[in-house]
Every structure is written in C-alpha cells, then in structure tokens.
Design a protein around this ligand. Structure first.
Ligand SMILES: Cc1cc2nc3c(=O)[nH]c(=O)nc-3n(C[C@H](O)[C@H](O)[C@H](O)COP(=O)(O)OP(=O)(O)OC[C@H]3O[C@@H](n4cnc5c(N)ncnc54)[C@H](O)[C@@H]3O)c2cc1C
Length: 439
C-alpha cells in the first residue's frame, strides 16, 4: 500500500511537471491567438519540450522515485513515452504546416531564421533517437556506442528545442513568464549536470575492489567485490546495480548486473556474469584489487517487496538464475520454513549455473527443484524440452494461485510462464518478472 501511494504521488509529480510549462503560459495576459489549431499545436510543442526534459529525470535513477515501480519499469516507460513525445512534436509541426501559410514562408531557405532551423534540427535529432533506439540491434550499433550517441542526441535535441521556444518567444513574451521559463530551463540544466557529473563523482568516492573471480557452469564467472573504506550498500535480495569497471563512472560505460549473493552476507557483493560481449568477456581476466564502481541498488524483483504466506515459485532460464540465487540464499540464511519451488531451464547440464549449490540448499530449505534440459544427456532422469503448462501443473501444488512467482530468463520463457500461470488462475499481481534487457 505504501508503494502504491508513493507510486501515485510520483505519477502526479510527472504529470504536473509535464504540464507545468503549458499551465504557466495560460497564466496572465495571452498574446492574440491565431485560433484553436495554432494554440493546440503550441500546447503540443510545449508538452513535447517538457517531456524531453523529463526524460533526463526518468533516467537520473532517483532512488525514491524509482522505488515504487522498480527502475526497469521506469526505463520501459521512458522508452514508450518517448514515442508519444515524438508524436506530439510531429503533430505540432504538421498542424502548423497544414493551417498556417506563414509557417511555409518562414521555412523558405532565404527566410528561415536560426530559431526555426533549431526547431527543425531538434525534430530531426529526435527522429534519429527514436529510429536508432527501436532498431539498434538490426542496425548493429554496439550498445556502448549507442548509449553515447543517444546521450549526445538527447542533449542536443533538448538544447535546440529550448533555443526554438526562446527564439519564437510567442507565448513567453511577458517579463514574468520569461523569468518563470528561465527558472524551468535552469532546473533542467541542473538536472543534466547532476546526472552527467555530480552523480558519477559521488560514485567515484565510494569505490569497491575485486576480491576474487570464481568460474561457474554456463560460461559464467562470479565476481566478488568488497567496499573500500566505506560501509557498502544495503540491498534487497534480487535487486541489481549498474557496475562500472575498467572505466570511471564519468565515462557512461556501465552495465546492469543482479547481485547474486544474499544481503545477510555482510561486507561483500557477488555478481554472476555470463560471457556475452566485450565487457562480460573481460570479467574472467579481472585481477584482485581492480577498482569497481556501483550505482544502486535498484529494482522491485525481490521477495522482500512481495511477501508471501505460502511460499515462492522461482522460474529461471540460463543466467536468469543470478537474482533467484540471491533470493534462495537469503531464504536459507533466514532459516525460512515455507515450501518453495524452483524451475530451472538450460540447454545442457553444463549450462546450469549454480547447479550443485542449488541442490545443496535443499539441506536447509523446503525446496523442490525441477531442472529442464533442452539437450539432456542419455542418463538424464529429469524433465527435458522447454517449460510448459504440463510441467508447471505436474509439480506445483493445488493452491498454486496463492503462491508468488519470480521469473527471470529469456523473453519466450518469460512470456510462456506468465501466460500459462495466468491461465491456471494465478493473479497478475502474483507474477514478477525481470528481463535482462532494457533496450
Ligand atoms: C536488470 C538487469 C540485470 C542483469 N543481470 C545480469 C546478471 O546477473 N548476469 C549477467 O550475466 N547479465 C545480467 N544482465 C545482462 C547484462 O547487463 C548484459 O549481458 C551486459 O551488459 C552485456 O554487456 P557486454 O558488453 O558484454 O555485451 P554487449 O555485446 O555489449 O551487449 C549485449 C547486449 O546486452 C545489453 N547491454 C549491453 N550493455 C548494456 C548496458 N550497459 N545496459 C543495459 N543493457 C546492456 C544490450 O541489449 C546488448 O545488445 C542484466 C541486465 C539487466 C537489464
């Protein structure tokens, strides 16, 4: 309930901030309007500009604002609301082009002034951002490069939009409105400075260092880090952090990883990282003492956020076991007596990271483990193939609707598990999923 109320509060803050500039413009004397379509188009333009500013707020990872939703949900919101923002900017331009001859005049090469040019370039940059984000993988843009391009385009598009608004000056001509508008712009610039400079500097002052790298099944490595001359972080089992290594936090080269250890294990953090690309392939070569910076914890994928009287069901595919291992170790550390279930899928037995450790947890926990292999060895006595409703029904108890579910793995597995469990009567608010991909 507490998270729900805070969630409503932050939604209210978002809507107020998005609409604030439009409301300010309505205050006091209004310039002679050109009619409904003109005013409507301007309102869309201003709303698009405030939404652009709020994009920086959404990705600033303010812990209090992220807490009720989980930062992953905020990133999805950021991704989808940007399409609405783009639509607002596009409709703003289209309405003017369709209803105002004067706009066509202003766009003629010999007539165009720098404010109109700023608006057009800002719109083109926005279009490039949408295009490169939606089709990044198809365009084969490396994630790190995409992130730098994205940040550059975002700042440039936003500054140009401000130049456009300031230059056109149509609704902000009175001194009072100019002051308010200037203050709003000042806040946005401060936010940008906080995200890109102040926050990374704070992280620099709280370094960690690598203590050990442990090879695991499934091309994965567990990296153990310890805080250097500070207390470290408090986290809930299942949460994740952004981790920078080999670069300073100022470089914007950071990667999200779930903490695979339990918060009960004070003084160290474990990350279990599967080799996938440039960064994750370097983990195995990290030496003891290598500095690491972490920003977090984040995320709502945690048993501590979703208490359950009757026990938990964990469904993991591949390296999706990392946050689940944290939750199971925590339950074991707390001496939990409720019955729990783990469905763990992988292609072969060597790919099941933590296989032995998970079975050893059965000595402490009431834990039923069901391993599913896509390519089982000839003597395999467990389940094979992909997860399906038959397997879920076979192993889950009759009161399966009362249990809480944590699912982490590849998209098809996640979708299938959510769909089938919901069909079996599990309410949606009992299903919690984590996807290892924001973009
Ligand atoms: C909430 C969350 C928790 C995660 N937890 C784990 C974990 O416990 N163990 C684990 O092995 N992996 C985890 N991942 C995935 C991990 O972040 C990526 O595998 C890693 O960043 C890939 O980096 P790379 O340079 O090696 O590969 P690349 O080849 O650069 O990237 C491969 C793909 O990983 C994604 N990716 C790359 N960099 C980032 C980034 N900075 N932010 C977001 N996505 C990125 C992109 O989709 C990219 O296409 C998690 C991801 C998320 C979102």
């Amino acid at each position: 309930m507490r998270y729900f109320i805070w969630g409503l509060f932050w939604i209210g803050v978002y809507l107020s901030l998005a609409l604030f500039p439009c409301l300010i413009l309505l205050y006091g004397s209004m310039p002679g309007g050109y009619g409904f379509w003109w005013d409507f188009s301007m309102a869309l333009g201003f709303a698009a500009a405030s939404m652009m500013a709020l994009m920086f707020f959404l990705t600033a990872r303010f812990k209090r604002a992220a807490l009720p939703f989980g930062v992953d949900i905020i990133y999805y919101f950021h991704k989808h609301i940007s399409l609405l923002l783009f639509l607002f900017a596009a409709v703003h331009a289209v309405i003017l082009l369709c209803t105002e001859k004067v706009v066509w005049e202003m766009l003629r090469p010999e007539q165009i002034n720098r404010y109109m040019a700023a608006g057009i370039v800002s719109f083109i940059l926005l279009a490039l951002m949408v295009f490169s984000s939606l089709w990044r993988k198809q365009l084969q843009i490396h994630y790190d490069n995409w992130r730098l391009i994205h940040a550059f385009l975002a700042v440039a598009a936003f500054i140009l939009a401000l130049v456009h608004i300031e230059g056109v000056g149509y609704y902000i001509a009175t001194p009072a409105k100019r002051i308010i508008w200037g203050a709003i712009m000042g806040c946005w610039v401060l936010l940008l400075l906080y995200v890109r400079l102040i926050k990374p500097f704070v992280l620099l002052r709280k370094p960690y260092k690598v203590r050990e790298i442990i090879p695991e099944r499934g091309n994965a490595y567990t990296m153990i880090i310890v805080p250097e001359q500070h207390q470290g972080i408090d986290f809930q089992p299942g949460q994740f952090v952004w981790l920078s290594m080999y670069h300073s936090p100022l470089s914007m080269k950071e990667h999200p990883f779930s903490i695979s250890s339990s918060p009960e294990q004070k003084g160290e953090l474990h990350f279990t990282i599967k080799e996938l690309g440039d960064f994750t392939r370097r983990i195995k070569d990290a030496t003891a003492g290598e500095p690491v910076y972490i920003d977090g914890p984040y995320g709502a994928f945690s048993i501590d956020r979703h208490p359950s009287e009757h026990g938990y069901v964990f469904i993991a595919g591949g390296i999706g076991i990392a946050p689940i291992k944290s939750m199971l170790s925590t339950l074991a550390g707390r001496g939990d007596g409720r019955p729990h279930f783990l469905f763990f899928a992988g292609s072969t037995l060597d790919k099941l990271t933590f296989y032995e450790e998970l079975y050893s947890l059965q000595e402490i926990l009431d834990l039923k483990i069901v391993c599913l292999l896509e390519h089982p060895p000839p003597d395999w006595a467990g389940e094979s193939g992909f997860l399906n409703s038959r397997i879920l029904q076979l192993y889950l108890p009759e009161h399966l609707q009362e249990l809480k579910y944590f699912i982490c793995g590849p998209v098809p597995m996640l979708e299938l598990a959510e769909r089938e469990l919901h069909k079996m009567g599990v309410p949606l608010h009992h299903l919690h999923s984590e996807l290892f991909d924001f973009v």
